[in-house]
Structure formats: structure tokens, C-alpha cells
Design a protein around this ligand. Structure first.
Ligand code: 5GP
Ligand code: ZN
Length: 113
């Protein structure tokens, strides 16, 4: 069982920001900034290294990049934002389904890291 697979399948509700055939983007339940969207491939990959290990995973990385751009448009992030991927336990990854945090809506250098 994977919580993000359940969200992708609609078994667990989420607040959708953008969706296409390949990617679902929804608000993080515990936002770190005014805009905090999770960009999630609809196919399960454990992490970004798992995505990098197959041709299909590399295609999905392209879909993720497109979806990040759509989220930036929808959330009016033209002045900038940050994309974070936590990979593995020591990288802080807590949900073992690859995902990318899009964080913005604030001047990040003053708020995070
Ligand atoms: P990670 O720590 O793996 O990089 O990021 C996991 C993120 O998923 C966290 O920021 C956490 O708040 C978010 N999250 C965990 N469970 C849920 C959930 O059920 N719904 C939503 N919308 N976000 C979740
Ligand atoms: Zn999954």
C-alpha cells in the first residue's frame, strides 16, 4: 500500500491543483509556504533514482517538469519558486513514492534554508 498511489486513484482525497494523464499535483497537507504543491507521477516510482533507472521513468521526469511549469502558471509563481526532491531516508523522504515539492508565494531566502 502506498499513500500517494491511493491519492492518485482517488481513494484518499486531495486538493487538486493540476492533473494530466501522467501526473497529479495537489496541495501538501502540511504546507511549508503559502504555495506548497506536490507533483506526483501517476505511476509508482520509489524515488528519483528509481525514475532515472528506466526509459519510462525518464519520460516521467519530463512529464514532471511540464507539470511544474503548469503549477507555476496556475499559482502565479512568475517571480520564482523552489523545487525540492527529498530522496531516501537520510534525504528526509517520508513517502516512498517519488514526488517533487513546489514551494513559493514568498521570498524563500527569508523563510526557508
Ligand atoms: P517527503 O517528506 O517524503 O519529501 O514529503 C512528503 C510530503 O507529503 C510531506 O510534505 C507531507 O506533508 C505530505 N503528505 C503526507 N501525507 C499526505 C496526505 O495524505 N495528503 C497530502 N496532501 N499530503 C500528504
Ligand atoms: Zn505509490
Amino acid at each position: 500500500m502506498c499513500i500517494f498511489c491511493d491519492i492518485v486513484e482517488g481513494k484518499i482525497p486531495s486538493t487538486k491543483v493540476y492533473e494530466n494523464d501522467k501526473v497529479l499535483c495537489f496541495n501538501d497537507i502540511n504546507p511549508a509556504a503559502p504555495v506548497h504543491v506536490l507533483v506526483v507521477p501517476k505511476k509508482h516510482f520509489d524515488d528519483i533514482r528509481d525514475m532515472a533507472s528506466s526509459a519510462e521513468g525518464k519520460e516521467y521526469l519530463g512529464y514532471v517538469a511540464e507539470a511544474i511549469d503548469e503549477v507555476a502558471k496556475i499559482k502565479d509563481l512568475g517571480t520564482g519558486f523552489r523545487v525540492i526532491n527529498n530522496c531516501g531516508a537520510d534525504g528526509g523522504q517520508t513517502v516512498m513514492h517519488a514526488h517533487f515539492h513546489v514551494i513559493g508565494g514568498v521570498k524563500l531566502s527569508e523563510k526557508i534554508l
